[in-house]
Design a binder for this molecule. Structure first.
Ligand code: PHE
Length: 351
């Protein structure tokens, strides 16, 4: 009986088979258990002779079962490890990747260009109060320029009774920067601004970059050089020509509207596109209005807590979306905010 058991165990090829053989030998009704029960009925002499034989058989069978079980488990593990082997040299499947939106990309590029000129990046809240957005910029309550901004006002006033609005330009960051950090100042302030306006060239939300320099003996020449340098770097052309035109902003005096010369060229898609470069007065060229700027009005410097006899400076504000359209030849501003991947792909912004 022992030998049949042992050879069956050695041949068992599954864990279930081993378990069945264990029950067959060592289970309650198993043959070894039955043999052990017979010991009780034997005479002492017989028992003394038989007990060691039965115990030895029991030990042998138990050892064989344990060994077989371990061998089978080991083989199963081995098999699983082989089956689960990964080939790490296989190329991974290509999954769609996100890309930086053209507006973000332009803002990053501008931050880098201005960092080289020693400007740091400042920010302010998009939900502004009337004082920072208008009054401190020399636009008191009754000022007609306020009406030009098509402002989104909040219906309720804040806890301090201030009238709140969505900032209509990034210029309030000028005020905040001067109040918080004093002078000198050399910052740009990129961000979202809001005006109730919508057509092919206007969206109710758009992006501006404000520039502000406050120091001693700053003059229009510094402004012109800064704008020329940044536009040449941004458009990667040395033939950018600017025209400074007298203008009016309540927060700058004098105020300067800056035009840039361009020519119309046929793009690869057959559509006309404006390409910056050259004087607007050259044959086949024209001027395009690009940004507003000027010397910071001394009343603004004063309202920001600085002495205008000691500190002067210049400021400018430029539309980021506008710059992106010009650089990448995009023609509908609204497409910037539709979130259509095909549009991004068309302009090479998405794989
Ligand atoms: N804030 C002005 C606008 O949005 C632009 C500007 C900024 C003009 C700074 C002058 C100086 O139209």
């Amino acid at each position: 009986r022992k030998d049949t058991s042992l050879s069956a165990i050695a041949a068992a090829d599954t864990l279930d088979a081993v378990e069945a053989l264990r029950i067959d030998a060592l289970g309650k009704q198993g043959w070894i258990s039955q043999l052990l029960k017979t010991l009780g009925k034997m005479s002492p002499e017989e028992r003394q002779a038989q007990a060691p034989v039965i115990q030895a058989a029991r030990g042998e069978v138990a050892d064989a079962l344990a060994q077989r079980k371990q061998a089978l488990e080991h083989a199963a593990l081995e098999q699983r490890l082989v089956a689960e082997t990964m080939d790490l040299s296989l190329p991974a499947p290509d999954s769609p990747r996100g890309t930086v939106h053209p507006v973000s990309q332009v803002m990053d590029e501008l931050a880098e260009i201005f960092a080289d000129l020693g400007f740091s990046v400042a920010t302010g809240p998009e939900i502004e109060d009337e004082w920072h957005n208008f009054s401190a910029l020399n636009m008191p309550e009754s000022h007609p320029a306020r009406a030009m901004h098509d402002t989104f006002y909040f219906p309720d006033h804040d806890a301090d009774g201030r009238r709140m609005l969505l900032r209509t330009h990034t210029s309030p960051v000028q005020i905040r920067t001067m109040i918080e950090g004093g002078a000198p100042v050399r910052i740009i302030a990129p961000g979202r601004v809001y005006r109730s306006d919508s057509d092919a060239t206007h969206t109710p939300m758009f992006h501006q970059i404000e520039g502000l320099v406050i120091d001693k003996d700053i003059h229009l020449g510094h402004l012109k050089w800064t704008l020329e340098t940044f536009l040449k770097a941004f458009f990667e052309r040395n033939d950018i020509v600017l025209r400074l035109r007298p203008s009016y902003f309540p927060f700058t005096e004098p105020s300067v509207e800056v035009d840039v010369g361009f020519a119309v060229e046929k793009g690869a898609d057959g559509k006309d596109r404006r390409v910056l470069g050259g004087s607007g007065d050259a044959p086949g060229h024209a001027w395009m209005e690009l940004l507003g700027s000027g010397m910071v009005n001394r009343r603004v410097i004063e309202m920001s807590g600085l002495d205008p006899d000691e500190w002067q400076g210049f400021a400018f504000g430029v539309g980021v979306d506008r710059l992106a359209m010009l650089k990448y030849g995009m023609d509908d501003l609204r497409a910037f905010f539709d979130g259509d991947v095909r549009w991004l792909q068309h302009y090479g912004f998405s794989p």
